[in-house]
Design a protein around this ligand. Sequence first.
Ligand SMILES: [Ca+2]
Length: 337
Amino acid sequence: MSVMMPWLLLLLLLVSLGSPAPRFSEKDICLLDNNKLRQRLKQLQDLLYLYELQLKDILENTYHRTKSELFSGNRSVQHEVLLPTTSGNLIVYDPDCSSVFNRKKTQNGYYRIRPRADREPFLVYCDMSDGGGWTVIQRRSHGKENFNRKWDDYKLGFGKFQGKNDEYWLGNEHIYDLLAQGETSLKIDLMDWHGERRYAIYEKFQLMNEQDNYRLWFGTYSGNAGDALSGGSNFEEQWSASHRGMQFSTSDKDHDQFLVGNCALENKGGWWFNRCHAVNLNGRHYKRGSYNGSHDNGIVWSTWHGVWYSLKYTAMKIRAPFFIDRESGDGENSQDS
Ligand SMILES: [Ca+2]
């Protein structure tokens, strides 16, 4: 017996264990190569797309160079990085005013927000009082803005977005995008011609999309202005005037429940009319308050001053229900005009 014996056995064992090389047909090999090439192409396309985005970003923004010290092993290395400027073209888009507020921007005013990354940003008034972080979707104050407008204006928004008291409708499409972010509460601030204030809060404020004509849904009411959006106190009023589940109507697109007429035409503004309303914050701005005429077309909140009283100031503002102001967080309701 020699020492070669175990080697020979091992060799034989290895040979017997080794399976024959897989036999691919030419077609299989072609397919494999094809898939590999496709994968590589996909990677390169992704990379190209990424570089295109970066190039676009660099062309559209101002950057400045800065030295950054990095530690590599036990020595520090100077590293040059490109940073966007902190003024001018730096793009910071918040999805809503709560996000603005949380970036410590706590002054009331107009901010550019972008609830949807694939759409353009737009200006909105942020009410940073009253707990902060409110996105204002509608405001009436001096009556100079014309709210008797058609579908497209109400869809895209109108009014002025500069001064503290400017009046506007943010636009159903923008409101829809804001609400699509998650559960939202609506707070409505009201003021009469004596400077007295009331408010109404609705939980789970929702709009359907344009195909459903921005149909309105809302949940539980709280406040001191009365639950006018639900139509009023008695059943008959609720049946004819509740705004729950109503589609949005304008003078040129009548989706109301009033079969023989056009609520938006009579009431001089777009709203979620039933037949016709207990609330219309987009109605005519009558100076003085009490008014009369053939239609109750003022700025109406029926459960406070009735339908023949036109309010002086209104604001509709929205915020996530769980938003807590980090500074105070005491739930105080100091309303701001
Ligand atoms: Ca009608």
